[in-house]
Design a protein around this ligand. Structure first.
Ligand code: URA
Length: 280
């Protein structure tokens, strides 16, 4: 069942984590600043990357022929040194805690939910907004949707939740679990984009429509956005269904699995051996 307890394995933690070494944080500028006429990224462009075990895959070189697909510019600033990132994130977290830009959300939240994970993640997931389960502890994706996300990460991708960064477009719980409104997404966007600028994940996975609205500036429907590569500020980005949607529409889990496979291929990750009862 999707809501089943995740079963983290203890065997794959002895190796260097998926966090990257500092020298691998920046894509070559030439690969990220092409004009908006560049063709969309195709997954087969990644096929030159040999699948490698996650542990040995610490510094992938993105093929230089990959071009940005929406005129997205790379970050203007070089990556922040890894040892300065926690403090820089803490500054933003404190601003989030003090934020009162959304009058309704200030009332509906009890705590803000900034996000969690390594400060140099290879992969960052971006969800929508905290629900009641996240609002209480102030941690992202710890309720039912979070259990499904854990399964997607651990059972599907064969990596550990602790090795990816998990955040939301919106840091405050909306009332009655409604989606954040466009103004609320816009208010919170600078927190998210600064978070990403500090973290410099090598890959982004956007979970559902709100994350897409926040970062990709497109109103295309989900089915037009998945199964292809996007770029956010040069970062290769995959779009897939939100785990809450998958809980309501289990038939779409097989599609989400196809999206994760694109991500895994680009990251050089092999699916874990046992597949029958996972993510499908
Ligand atoms: N749904 C989200 O989008 N984010 C969470 O943190 C939990 C549920």
């Amino acid at each position: 069942s999707p809501a089943a307890e995740p079963t983290p394995t203890s065997t794959s933690t002895s190796t260097p984590t998926l966090s990257r070494r500092e020298e691998s944080t920046a894509l070559p500028v030439a690969a990220t600043t092409r004009a908006s006429t560049a063709p969309p990224l195709q997954p087969n462009l990644f096929s030159a990357l040999d699948p490698k075990p996650a542990a040995a895959f610490t510094s992938p070189v993105m093929p230089s022929k990959i071009t940005a697909n929406s005129g997205e510019q790379a970050f203007e600033r070089p990556p922040l040194p890894i040892d300065q990132r926690a403090a820089a994130l803490e500054v933003i977290d404190q601003e989030v805690i003090a934020c009162v830009r959304c009058p309704v959300l200030v009332q509906s939240r009890t705590r803000t939910v900034f996000g969690e994970g390594p400060v140099n993640p290879r992969l960052m997931f971006v969800g929508e907004a905290p629900g009641a389960d996240e609002d209480r502890p102030g941690r992202p994706f710890v309720g039912r949707a979070g259990q499904l996300l854990n399964d997607m990460i651990v059972k599907g991708m064969g990596i550990q939740r602790e090795d990816v960064y998990i955040a939301n477009s919106n840091k405050c719980r909306p009332p009655e679990n409604r989606a954040p409104e466009p103004a609320e997404i816009a208010h919170c966007r600078p927190f998210l984009t600064r978070q990403i600028e500090i973290l410099r994940p090598e890959f982004l996975c956007l979970l559902g429509r709100t994350a897409v609205l926040s970062l990709l500036e497109t109103a295309l429907p989900m089915h037009r956005l998945r199964q292809r590569w996007h770029r956010y500020r040069g970062i290769p980005t995959i779009v897939t269904y939100h785990p809450s949607y998958l809980l309501r529409n289990p038939a779409s889990k097989k599609d989400a699995w196809e999206d994760l496979k694109l991500l895994m291929e680009a990251m050089g990750l092999k699916p874990p051996a046992r597949r029958e009862d996972q993510a499908t």
